[in-house]
Write a protein of this length. Sequence first.
Length: 107
Amino acid sequence: MAINLEAQPALVALRALAEPLRWRIVELLAGEELCVCHLVEELGVNQPLVSHHLRALREAGIVESERFRYWTYYRLRPEGLEAVVRLMGDLMTTTSAAPGGRRRPCC
């Protein structure tokens, strides 16, 4: 049975965060709001690539943007990351609740 990613905000966010450059963008945005030119300079990649990854992060609900004069600044949406934190917390609870939970051999 396939997972419907559109119905699972945490899975959509995890999928977006799995790309290393997107993760680095999130790390940079955790400290301050930045525009594309700041990210291009910091990451050492071209502007279209940064814009592509920002769009993916925005669609996943992790990043939002705001116009300021001639520039568009990007910032993290903490609520966009909350679903991921909850999912990971649930996983940790499940993992620690079942120490040595090994299945019997099939054969």
